[in-house]
Design a protein around this ligand. Structure first.
Ligand code: NDP
Length: 309
């Protein structure tokens, strides 16, 4: 029986591991499919405080893991398949059939940015194809870039990218935005932004380079095909929180994000931190902050009557 079982090893899970390990709770951390989380798919991280020269995403996550191990956190590679939070001890079953029992659970399974699924796009993730303008926008100064999507995220990313790029193309599959009026107007009225309506990306080009050099586009109404020269493609077609194993166990919003008060989920003793409960900020530092909060709340829960560690 574990005091604390942490699911996921992005910056939320690893911060929760550091805090619960330092509190002598000997957390067990299940690493999941993408150890290190979304930061392992980025290169330079320039906005995590404490690294004035920047740090590589995988390096940052590796350091967080070592810091947690130093205080006694234990790690296992295992993919969570289902959970039973109907009574104590809480149970989590992984893909190899192992059932883990724990007094408290911290869910930090993250969210995955959606991509189009084109082979050429997948090949260039991290080399011009990205899903985070805040993380990668500053690398594309004075060059043209493209954003795909028509929701608030696409509007926000496109507007943000005008600070750096010479030109921002917004490529949307329909002839109107889903985004809120105010954010859409900001895009429509911006002199650096050009919207390409009714259009999908059919291929990401990397002519003679192993990084993005352009896009092949197709107008879905006329069938017309064209090429667009850009040096980066920012995907903004939504995120999917990784909450499938918790369906029916915890309250979620329409999209599947866990509903939380601070980091408390709808089940006492089950906490959630990071992108799995945050559709708004989705930053490594906010995830780390909520991982710390979840750890402190788990600690307090264990101290409360009947759950002494
Ligand atoms: P949304 O689901 O709102 O929008 C996704 C967009 O991507 C849609 O325009 C959709 O097109 C398009 N899309 C989806 N799949 C594909 C595909 N396969 N190919 C091409 N285009 C595709 O996601 P967001 O991330 O924009 O927003 C999520 C939530 O977060 C929303 O509630 C939003 O309001 C909120 N948010 C709020 C912000 C703020 O207020 N500051 C900032 C960012 C997000 P279509 O329209 O045709 O379906």
């Amino acid at each position: 029986m574990q005091n604390v079982l942490i699911l996921g090893t992005g910056s939320a899970g690893l911060t929760a591991a550091i805090y619960t390990a330092r509190a002598n709770l000997e957390p067990l951390v299940l690493e999941g499919l993408q150890p290190g989380g979304q930061l392992t798919t980025t290169t330079d991280v320039e906005n995590f405080p404490g690294f004035p020269e920047g740090i590589m995403g995988p390096d940052l996550m590796d350091r967080m893991k070592k810091q947690a191990e130093r205080f006694g956190a234990r790690f296992k590679m295992a993919l969570v398949e289902k959970a039973d939070f109907s009574s104590q001890p809480y149970k989590v079953t992984t893909d190899d059939g192992t059932v883990y029992e724990a007094k408290t659970i911290i869910i930090s399974t993250g969210a995955s940015a959606k991509y189009l699924g084109l082979p050429s796009e997948q090949k260039l993730i991290g080399r011009g194809v990205t899903s985070c303008a805040t993380c990668d926008g500053a690398f594309y100064r004075d060059v043209p870039v493209a954003v795909v999507g028509g929701g608030d995220t696409a509007m926000e990313e496109a507007t943000f990218l005008t600070r750096f790029a010479s030109k921002v193309y917004v490529i949307h599959r329909r002839d109107e935005f889903r985004a809120s009026r105010i954010m859409a107007d900001r895009v429509l009225n911006h002199e650096k932004i050009e919207v390409i309506w009714d259009t999908v990306v059919t291929e990401v080009l990397d002519v003679e380079k192993n990084e993005v050099t352009g896009l092949k586009l197709k107008n879905v109404k006329t069938g017309e095909e064209s090429d667009l020269a850009v040096q980066a493609l920012f995907m903004a077609i939504g995120h999917k929180p990784n909450t499938d194993p918790f369906q029916g166990q915890l309250e979620m919003d329409d999209v599947g994000y866990l509903k939380t008060t601070s980091t408390r989920t709808s089940v006492p003793g089950v906490f959630a931190a990071g992108d799995v409960q945050d559709p708004l900020y989705r930053q490594a530092i906010t995830a780390a902050g909520s991982g710390c909060a979840a750890a402190l709340e788990a600690e307090r829960f264990l101290e409360s009557a009947g759950h002494g560690a």
